[in-house]
Design a protein around this ligand. Structure first.
Ligand code: AP5
Length: 233
């Protein structure tokens, strides 16, 4: 369902964007591009959790086995992490949430955080991609071990094999991009996250985006959606 948000009472000129969609839909790829173009902060709960895992913090040690199995980290942990992050000054102009919220309790709590921060209604973009494409994208994904830039052996190769174009970092395959874990992640998405489509649709803030176009076309479409507050005709 398309929602025209410009001029809607309660919509703040500061931007709170939510990128919703299944694993591999292109949320991270597009969040990086749109954040750079519009000067917004990109907040990926997956990246934040992977950072904790890499540093072996208590949170990371708790999250690691859950992430390795393709499940969702408990709401209270993710909520605490996000609420703290959104309170920092670098979020003041606006942010893109990538991979959050993922459950109804997370969405309800986020509403409360946005209300208290006078953010008004978020703009929620739902990336729609069929499962066959998702599996191909996830098994083909390679990620920079330094800056997190995202590549793909089918659709986005680096200039030098195995090295990031941006910072020369080694390109690695994420631990949860194995076929058996991908299946679990897709199941978790269908059971726990998909209901958010109805949640945001009933608030009139959900916009659907076909993620099957090439990456540049998706970026242009997204910029138009953010600019106009409406899905392209
Ligand atoms: P997270 O890191 O958020 O993973 P995800 O949601 O499963 O999403 P992905 O990062 O896999 O996909 P994406 O949509 O960003 O796609 P991308 O742009 O990379 O979460 C990981 C784990 O952390 C979860 O399983 C959970 O355990 C935990 N977690 C995180 N948040 C949580 C929360 N809120 N609550 C509880 N637990 C949480 O693109 C994929 C590939 O496709 C890339 O190779 C890319 O180059 C390619 N591609 C992108 N766009 C296109 C295109 N248009 N055409 C062709 N190829 C494309």
């Amino acid at each position: 369902m398309a929602a025209a948000l410009n001029g809607t009472p309660g919509v703040s000129p500061r931007r709170a964007l939510i990128f919703l969609g299944p694993p591999g839909a292109g949320k991270g790829t597009q969040a990086k591009r749109i954040a750079r173009t519009l000067g917004l902060l990109h907040l990926s709960t997956g990246d934040m959790l992977r950072d904790h895992v890499g540093r072996e913090t208590p949170l990371g040690l708790l999250a690691r086995p859950i992430m390795d199995d393709g499940g969702l980290v408990p709401d209270e942990i993710v909520l605490g992490m996000v609420a703290e992050r959104l309170g920092r000054p670098d979020c003041a102009n606006g942010f893109i949430l990538d991979g959050f919220p993922r459950t109804l309790p997370q969405a309800r709590e986020l509403d409360e955080v946005l209300r208290k921060g006078s953010w008004g209604k978020p703009l929620v973009v739902n990336f729609v991609v069929d499962e066959e494409d998702l599996i191909r994208r996830l098994t083909g994904r390679r990620t920079c071990s330094i800056g997190g830039e995202i590549y793909n052996i089918y659709d986005r190769l680096p200039k030098v094999a195995g090295r990031c174009d941006v910072d020369g970092g080694e390109l690695i395959q994420r631990a949860d991009d194995r076929p058996d874990v991908i299946r679990e992640r897709l199941d978790a998405y269908n059971v726990k996250t998909k209901p958010l489509e109805d949640y945001y649709s009933s608030q009139g803030v959900l916009m659907e985006l076909s993620g099957v176009l090439n990456m540049d076309a998706v970026t242009l479409t997204l910029l138009e959606m953010v600019e106009t507050g409406a899905s392209p005709a």
